[in-house]
Each structure stands twice: as C-alpha cells, then as structure tokens.
Design a protein around this ligand. Structure first.
Ligand code: PBG
Length: 330
C-alpha cells in the first residue's frame, strides 16, 4: 500500500520527535503482557541460584508469597510454576505428579492463600517427575507411549486444578491430551479452569538451562524429537493448533519465542485466538551472556525482544525477565 512518493512522503517525519513516535506507535508493551515463570524447590528459606540462568533462582514454597506479591504489585497478571522435584520422588512412572501434596500443589496453595488476585499457570508434563527426564511414559524399548501418558497427564491436570490452578498448560506434546484434559475438567465441574496449550512446541536446543532448573537434564537420555516438533515445520504447527482448539484449548502457545515469531504471526492470522509465546531459558541465557560480555544493553534488549512478540501478534509472553521488564515499564 503506497499512498504517495518522496518527497511528498517522508516516513522520517513522524519519527523525528519522541512525542510523535509515541503517537504513532503500533504496539504497546505493558506489565499485563508478562507471565513470569518461577521455579519451586523443597525446604524452606531456600533461594537457589541456577548456574546456567544467572539472575534466576529456585524458591522454596514459603518464599513464593513474597514473589507473587511483588509480581502482582508490578502489574504482572500471572505466574507459571515449575517444580524441581526431589530426586527420591522421581520414578519411571512419574507418579509424584499425582500426589496432592507435591511441590506444585503446595506452591499453588501457598500463593492462592496469600495473593489470590494473581493467576497461576501450571505445567502439565511428566519430565520434572520421571527418572528418565521424558515428558511421558516409556515402554520397555524406550519409546514414549502416547495414550498411557495421556492418562497420567489427565490425573496430573486434575491434581493441579483441585489445588487451585487457574490455567492448565500442557507442555508434553502427546496427541489428544487437550481433549482428554478438557473432558476430565468438565467432569469435575472445573468449568472455569483455562487451558493454555503448548500447541506449537519445537524440539529445541534452547531448553538446556530449564532442564538444569527443574533438575531433569541430568536424567534425560536421548532427545524429545518423537513428540516435540521439527524446527523445519510450519504447516504441522498450524495443524497442532487447529486440533488443540477443537479439543478445548482457550489459548495456544508457540515455543521457543524469538526464532519462531513467524509461527506466532501465522497462528494469529489464521485462528484469531489468544496466542502466547515462551521466551525460553536458552533465550534468557543468551541475552544474559551477551550482557555479561558487554555486547548488549540489557534494558533495551529485553524491552525490544518483548515488543517484538507483541508486534508479531502475541497476547502475552512467558519470560524470565518479567520482573525486570515490569519494573522498567512501571
Ligand atoms: C517441560 C518443559 C520444558 C520447558 C517448559 N516445559 C522443557 C522441555 O520440553 O524439555 C522449557 C522452558 C524453557 O526452556 O524455559 N515439558
């Protein structure tokens, strides 16, 4: 759409002053666009630094209320919780995911009791609970079993909903799990519990630091390519979204973030539903490594990347920089 030509048209005119740039800005980033992923650990009074994610800590349950209060005070609408399960509670079948008193459920309860105004999004997948680090159950040959895994994931989702989770976020990539979880939630009258499906989730090199954070990396044998998507594929991601929406997802997620903004844009244009992106642990580590090397301005880099997600069509972004970004925006 060209409405004229130079010199009648000079696009630099509207860029010349700050007031004018603000007036024509097409995208506005606010703290309400941010979802803050928080890692939870056992014990009390614990703040454990994560070596591969400088600046990020695992928090014990008693410290979560303070973190939630800070986030809510900054205008962040929602926390995403990830447990670092004690090694002795990990097993082949990940049964700790079904324990109503597990770290995740205690974390949900602690936040709900003290900061009820913040949303809680919970991860559904078995990797923080299995002794092999996979998101589902394995057969004797080491293949991931789809339908048997879905049964456990349904139990995990119900366990989280009973503990008070607001948004169930399945990140496991098994086929059919959204429909099964939705039916189970309806069956227990959890009509208002939302599902944010990790619909377009790639088998990515950028999850390494996360696996340190939840302690699954050391256990993981092989890769996740039989369930997570091939980074080469886009059409397949659109099919994943279509299925998950038909099965009852309220929102869909694209993950990782920046290398997959094309998918955010395509999903938004095609489906016109809320789309979220996860700026994952490896992306966080990359930004922090660049800052530490003196080659990137953290504040500008963080706000620029988050604005790019919004421009691409995101309703919001899961980012480990959420608190820092919200402070900058406030
Ligand atoms: C687990 C899960 C992963 C992430 C979120 N949920 C890791 C994986 O699939 O191996 C990655 C998040 C991040 O890297 O920040 N199913």
């Amino acid at each position: 759409m060209i409405h004229g030509s130079y010199p009648a048209l000079r696009l630099r005119r509207t860029r010349a002053a700050a007031w004018s740039r603000a007036m024509v800005a097409e995208t506005h980033l606010t703290p309400s666009d941010l979802i803050w992923p928080v890692f939870v650990t056992g014990g009390s009074g614990q703040r454990e630094p994560i070596r591969s994610m400088p600046g990020v800590e695992r928090l014990s349950v008693d410290l979560l209320a303070g973190a939630a209060r800070e986030a809510a005070g900054l205008g962040i609408p929602c926390l995403a919780l990830f447990p670092n399960t004690e090694p002795e509670r990990r097993s082949d079948d990940g049964r700790e995911a079904l324990n109503p008193d597990n770290l995740m459920c205690r974390a949900i309860a602690a936040i709900k009791a003290t900061v009820p105004e913040i949303g809680i999004l919970t991860d559904v997948a078995l990797d923080p609970y299995t002794s092999h680090g996979h998101d589902g159950l394995l057969d004797d040959a080491g293949r991931i079993l789809n339908d048997a895994s879905v049964e456990v994931l349904v139990g995990q989702a119900l366990n989280q909903a009973r503990a008070g989770a607001d948004i169930i976020a399945p990140s496991d990539m098994m086929d059919g799990r959204i429909g099964a979880i939705r039916a189970a939630l309806e069956g227990e009258r959890f009509h208002d519990v939302q599902i944010m499906s990790y619909a377009v989730k790639y088998a990515s090199a950028f999850y390494g630091p996360f696996r340190d954070a939840v302690g699954s990396g050391g256990y993981l044998k092989g890769d996740k390519k039989t369930y997570q998507m091939d980074p080469a594929n886009a059409e397949e991601g659109l099919r994943e979204v279509a299925l998950d929406l038909a099965e009852g997802a309220d929102h869909v997620m694209v993950k990782p973030g920046l290398p997959y903004l094309d998918m955010v844009c395509r999903v938004k244009e095609r489906f016109e539903v809320p789309v979220f992106a996860y700026q994952v642990s490896g992306e966080y580590a990359m930004i922090e490594a660049a800052v530490a090397a003196g080659v990137l301005d953290r504040d500008r880099g963080v706000l620029e990347t988050l604005t790019a997600f919004k421009r691409a069509g995101c309703s919001g972004v899961l980012t480990y920089h959420a608190i820092h970004a919200a402070k900058l925006l406030g």
